[in-house]
Design a protein around this ligand. Structure first.
Ligand code: ATP
Length: 435
């Protein structure tokens, strides 16, 4: 994991937030390659979940919502984690994590003292802030801890404006905030993060069928993006693990270097949220099926994944160290759709006529996505290695023969195979390979 964290920092993927001031615990910034990579993850999700389907539409709801939403959804009361303090070393832990690791709360996991952990107390994870000039209770608002509520409160707006029939879904990508007690493991558990959530509204009697359907769809998404099947597993929640709104839930686990951990949840949220909002807002959130002539509150199957967490899983899955000609090669075998840089163009030397042609070639490849031009000179092998390390699927080298025969070398990241191709056909060849 240390190698991945250090590569992420060194190569412009992920930086600690406010680093020059010592950083902010569990908050991170995405660098020039990180932002492209994470955008690619989000785009892949958005494509699969909305654009490639007729039955799911998008939404971008606000982060700050009426406080009432969080009271009615149950978050103000029960969106809590059990917190324990060590009276000796002052460290703080989530009681459930300590119990998971050592079976009980007898010993402090930090200092090892016996009997120093306090009784667990409930700690609400929502960040508070105030609207308006006075910090008073009337102005209290929360930074959303999940994006789902923005979808529920807009259910009627979306359904009527888009004239949607059930079953249909609403998808959203956006920031969420949780004042986690024990964050850690790099971007796995952050206090500010992004979620990609989809709520699928269905007739109540179709609950089981759609729950099974979305579990399968979500599994396939990871596989389509090249994730190692053996690194994925499923964890069905027992009755004692279910969130307050869920009747059934399954977590997708990924085998991280620090253990097998949740990256996504598929939840059967029943009509919990729409029922509560109907009850407390006074607006009837039910749906009228004009074909069947019946009115009901839809049930909801939710798929909820962290953009940062799944990106971290893709990054870990892609990271490989191998030996090539007696030297270590670090390569990110990212799926081509996720790789931040699609093609790097390099002139073999800094000779003027080569550089000119290489620039031309580079410009012609820009429509393929983010490209890089690398004329740092020196050893071409070293330049290939630098691209391997950031996951660039293709390098294109312009050499002296190119000036004569109008051909360049395409070098492929995973196999390291090289072949010649005419400049005139280069863009089409690479475009076909990059889909
Ligand atoms: P955990 O048990 O890890 O705290 P959770 O079960 O509370 O997670 P959900 O409320 O189901 O998580 O959130 C859905 C998804 O949002 C998670 O699967 C994860 O990918 C992402 N997520 C939740 N909390 C965080 C966080 N603190 N940092 C990064 N991603 C998160």
């Amino acid at each position: 994991m240390q190698d991945i964290v250090s590569l992420a920092k060194r190569r412009g993927y992920i930086f600690p937030s406010s680093e020059i001031y010592g950083g902010v615990n569990a908050v991170f910034d995405y660098g020039p390659l990180g932002v492209e990579f994470k955008n690619n993850v989000k785009r892949a999700w958005w494509e699969a979940m909305t654009r490639q389907r007729d039955d799911v539409v998008g939404l971008d709801a606000s982060i700050i919502m009426a406080r009432r939403v969080w009271q009615v959804s149950g978050h103000e009361e029960v969106f809590t984690d059990p917190l324990v303090d060590c009276t000796n070393c002052k460290a703080r832990f989530r009681a459930d994590h300590v119990i998971e690791e050592q079976g009980n709360l007898d010993v402090c996991p930090n200092c090892g003292e016996k009997g120093t952990l306090t009784e667990p107390r409930r700690f609400n994870l929502m960040f508070k802030t105030f609207m308006g000039p006075v910090e008073e209770d009337a102005g209290l608002v929360y930074l959303r801890p999940e994006t789902a509520q923005g979808i529920y409160v807009n259910f009627l707006n979306v359904q009527s404006s888009m004239r949607k029939r059930l079953p249909f879904g609403i998808a959203q990508i956006g920031k969420a905030f949780r004042n986690e007690i024990s964050p850690g493991n790099f971007t796995y558990r952050m206090r500010e993060f992004e979620q990609m959530e989809m709520q699928y509204f269905i007739p109540p009697e179709e609950e089981e069928r759609w729950y099974a359907y979305w579990k399968e769809q979500r599994r396939q998404w990871y596989l389509d993006l090249g994730m190692t099947p053996e690194h994925l597993s499923w964890h069905e929640h027992g009755a004692d693990e279910l969130a307050h709104y869920a009747r059934a839930a399954v977590d997708v686990y990924y085998e991280f270097p620090f253990g097998s951990k949740e990256i996504e949840g598929v939840h059967d949220r029943t009509d919990w949220d729409l029922r509560r909002h109907t009850e407390f807002s006074g607006r009837d959130m039910s749906y009228f099926d004009d074909l069947e002539k019946r009115r009901y509150l839809p049930f909801v199957i939710e798929t909820s994944v962290g953009a940062d967490r799944s990106a971290l899983a893709f990054l870990c899955d892609a990271y490989h160290e191998e030996e090539v000609n007696g030297e270590k090669r670090v390569v990110l075998r990212l799926h081509k759709r996720l790789a931040p840089v699609k093609v790097a163009v390099m002139p073999l030397s800094k000779k003027e006529n080569l550089v000119e042609l290489a620039h031309k070639v580079h410009d012609s490849l820009r429509p393929l996505g983010l490209t890089q031009y690398d004329d740092t000179g020196g050893n071409i092998g070293k330049r290939y290695r630098r691209q391997d390390e950031i996951g660039t699927p293709f390098c294109v080298t312009v050499d002296f023969d190119s000036l004569e025969d109008g051909q360049v070398t395409i070098r492929e990241r995973d196999s390291m195979a090289q072949r010649r191709a005419p400049i005139a056909e280069l863009r089409d060849i690479l475009a076909a390979e990059l889909v």
